[in-house]
Unconditional design. Structure first.
Length: 203
């Protein structure tokens, strides 16, 4: 059974091969439909990505062919991102994205791996229409990639009534080992301010 974390809690990670699952429930009857997209940032000691490939998301400049189709991948190959297009949540509105992480492949310059999600809706709709206040049961779950055992879970129970992007959690190095921190920080304007914070030189 996974250990349930609270916001700000930090736990040491003793495994190298992980599956990071971000999940949520949206309104399946919303018009137009909306969805959440996961994005991962591999950060250097200065708190920013060093190369464009270390922003791993559905529109990444680097991808690999897998049995599930093309998936975005980080420059060092340690993070294999998820592709989750609009409308692929089931009829209940429940959705999730899985990101594969192999910490043994992480480049020495990578000090943090940040996991975020932002709301996506059809082009042309007013940006004020949707926010995380309309997203329910959001969580981040860490699993053993070999056994699929659930290790850590953080349920985001904050009321993000105006935010369209959220930092769920991060893996970070400390004294030669890796730890995970439950974050739960929101951004009003979705993915853009997150990119400005962590990938400004590529915008």
């Amino acid at each position: 059974m996974a250990i349930n974390l609270v916001k700000g809690q930090r736990v040491e990670i003793e495994l190298s091969k992980l599956i990071i699952e971000l999940g949520w429930k949206v309104n399946p009857n919303a018009k137009p439909p909306y969805d959440l997209d996961a994005s991962t940032f591999l950060l250097q000691s200065n708190g920013e990505i060093g190369v464009e490939e270390d922003f791993v998301f559905y529109g990444s400049c680097k991808s690999v062919d897998t049995i599930d189709g093309k998936r975005p991948v980080s420059a060092d190959g340690s993070v294999l991102g998820s592709v989750d297009d609009l409308g692929d949540d089931d009829d209940t509105g429940e959705g999730n994205e899985e990101i594969e992480v192999d910490l043994s492949k992480t480049s020495p310059y990578v000090q943090q791996i940040l996991f975020t999600a932002s709301i996506y809706w059809e082009t042309g709709e007013p940006s004020a229409k949707y926010n995380f206040g309309q997203v329910h049961n959001a969580y981040i779950l860490i699993k053993n990639a070999v056994t699929n055992e659930e290790i850590l879970r953080y349920d985001l129970d904050e009321d993000f009534s105006s935010e369209k992007g959220v930092e769920f959690g991060r893996l970070y190095r400390r004294n030669g080992s890796w730890k995970f921190e439950a974050i739960g920080v929101g951004y009003t304007d979705g993915l853009e301010p997150i990119c400005k914070k962590y990938a400004s030189k590529f915008m």
